[in-house]
Design a protein around this ligand. Structure first.
Ligand code: FMN
Length: 191
């Protein structure tokens, strides 16, 4: 990237990495507020803003989600997840103190894309505030179990909304990983 284009927003975008080790210290309420506001400012199909953000910071509820995730991992039929669920210290969200589930109205035009863009904004906003984050795919498995469906109801995920993604957030407890090399041949510019 040329020096001319290296503005703060781009630097933030290039510096964000998925973080998988978190301090137990909770993020500040005003930081959470800004992160969520950034999520709401993502683009959405026909400006439907089809998303809903469920923020969990309560330790008992985080534990309950983790227990349900563990059982869904065990039943997933995916070797990698089955192995992970066996770990004594299993945490679907790497023991992060804040876990955000993004669900969206199933009947919206593009709920998956809306949710993904909203999550992208949450991650970038977090990075800009010195907060680590990572996408947690596990939430998509929870619908496969009755326990998971009941849990979503309990968490107040609106009827007719599907969870399309989730993110773990907290202060980074380790080294920030180096970015993986970018794959070649993924761009074709036609002028
Ligand atoms: C749709 C999606 C699902 C992901 N699921 C997980 C996940 O379940 N657990 C995890 O640790 N990282 C997950 N990630 C993070 C990716 O592994 C990560 O973005 C990728 O390795 C690139 O690293 P970076 O984010 O540091 O640039 C997911 C990312 C995306 C976009």
């Amino acid at each position: 990237m040329s020096e001319l284009l290296k503005n703060e927003a781009l630097k933030n975008l290039f510096e964000r990495r998925s973080i998988r080790s978190f301090k137990s210290e909770q993020i500040k309420d005003e930081e959470l507020k800004e992160i969520l506001e950034a999520g709401k400012y993502a683009p959405s199909a026909a400006n439907q803003q089809s998303w809903h953000f469920t923020v969990i910071q309560n330790k008992e509820i985080l534990q309950k989600i983790n227990d349900v995730a563990k059982s869904a991992f065990e039943k997933s039929g995916i070797k990698r997840y089955e192995e992970r669920a066996k770990a004594e210290d299993f945490s679907a969200f790497y023991n992060a103190p804040t876990y955000i589930i993004v669900s969206a109205d199933e009947k919206a035009i593009a709920p998956i894309a809306d949710s993904a863009l909203a999550l992208g904004n949450l991650f970038l906003a977090a990075e800009s505030l010195g907060i680590g984050s990572v996408w947690i795919h596990a939430v998509n498995f929870l619908y496969t179990t009755e326990e998971g469906k009941a849990l979503f109801k309990e968490l107040g995920i609106p009827d007719g909304y599907v969870t399309y993604g989730s993110g773990a957030f907290g202060y980074n407890a380790g080294e920030k990983p180096k970015p993986a090399p970018r794959r070649e041949g993924t761009v074709n510019i036609i002028k």
